[in-house]
Design a protein around this ligand. Structure first.
Ligand code: CP
Ligand code: NVA
Length: 300
């Protein structure tokens, strides 16, 4: 039994998972492989894509997705996460959780006898990273190019940096000083990049980072939980906005990516996200296919 808490947990399965995701997208997989199975979906934070794609995904696989808000669960009234994990494991075949603290998800997994899947924490967003690589493969054909992640060294950035290090894709994180990914993530990514040959860079210099970019990726400047820092964050991130001027400095065929939800006028502009280089809707769609591959592999 395995959990998916970090993208590193599926380090050796990424290529086969991407193949399965592609087959699900093309309707080439067996029907109802998860018939009779139930996925508990715990949400401590808001979600549109993750919630819908997991619920619809379970449905399409012949199983059931059970939406559970922490406001309604006894966790919200103080029941330990370890007890929740033990009880839940007696009812369901897998648990997907979106939580504020990554350490809570580790605690849940430690006490669960069914697979636990990370649907976003403060540290990582592994399901997003898998869907992102599916999208890059579709639009670029391979992982030989370079991604520039502009903005906050956050959960989405962390999983992307790790998956690039695993797959050998070059990546630059262009962020203001003080907003770099955590040291533990950089250390893990750097050590895996030694094996894969990925060139990784963390730099405050966005203009030089984008000159040879094949993919420009950004995310909100204020993640869920960072709301108290809105003012200083908007000020610090202003030079990192992905606008038409920045896009024009990258390779001519560069694509624009964003995990969504987006704020037009902050981390990107309407011209870019709604423009011809944007692949954000394919990216959102691929959450469904990539997660069906994850569910198939973990719950079957
Ligand atoms: N990208 C993503 O996880 O979106 P939601 O917050 O809508 O689930
Ligand atoms: N970094 C964002 C991603 C949302 C999908 C957040 O954590 O709020």
């Amino acid at each position: 039994m395995k959990h998916l808490l970090s993208i590193c947990d599926i380090r050796h399965q990424i290529s086969p998972l991407l193949e399965i995701a592609d087959k699900f997208k093309k309707n080439q997989m067996e029907e109802n492989p998860l018939q009779g199975k139930t996925l508990a979906m715990i949400f401590e934070k808001s979600s549109t894509r993750t919630r819908i794609s997991f619920e619809v995904g379970m449905n399409q696989l012949g199983g059931t997705g059970l939406y559970l808000s922490t406001d309604d669960l006894q966790i919200g009234r103080g029941e330990p996460i370890s007890d929740t994990a033990r009880a839940m494991s007696r009812y369901v075949d897998g648990i997907m959780i979106r939580a504020s603290k990554h350490t809570d998800v580790i605690e849940l997994a430690k006490n669960s006898t069914v697979p636990v899947i990370n649907g976003l924490t403060d540290l990582e967003h592994p399901c997003q990273a898998l869907a992102d690589m599916q999208t890059i493969k579709e639009h670029k054909g391979n992982f030989k190019g370079k991604i520039v992640f502009a903005g906050d060294g956050n959960n989405v950035c962390n999983s992307l940096l790790l998956i690039c290090a695993i797959l050998g894709m070059d990546m630059a994180v262009a962020c203001p000083v003080g907003y770099e990914p955590p040291a533990e993530i950089i250390k893990k990514a750097t050590s895996m990049a030694l094996e894969s040959g990925a060139h990784l860079e963390i730099t405050p210099d966005i203009t030089s980072a984008v000159t040879d970019a094949d993919v420009i990726y950004t995310d909100v400047w204020v993640s869920m939980g960072d709301e108290s820092q809105i003012k200083e964050r908007i000020e610090s991130f202003k030079p990192y906005q992905v606008n038409e001027e920045l896009m024009s400095m990258a390779r001519e065929d560069a694509i624009f990516m964003h995990c969504l939800p987006a704020i037009r006028g902050q981390e990107t502009t309407a011209e870019v996200i709604d423009g011809p280089q944007s692949v954000v809707w394919d990216q959102a769609e691929n959450r469904l296919h990539a997660q069906k591959a994850i569910l198939y592999s973990f719950l079957k």
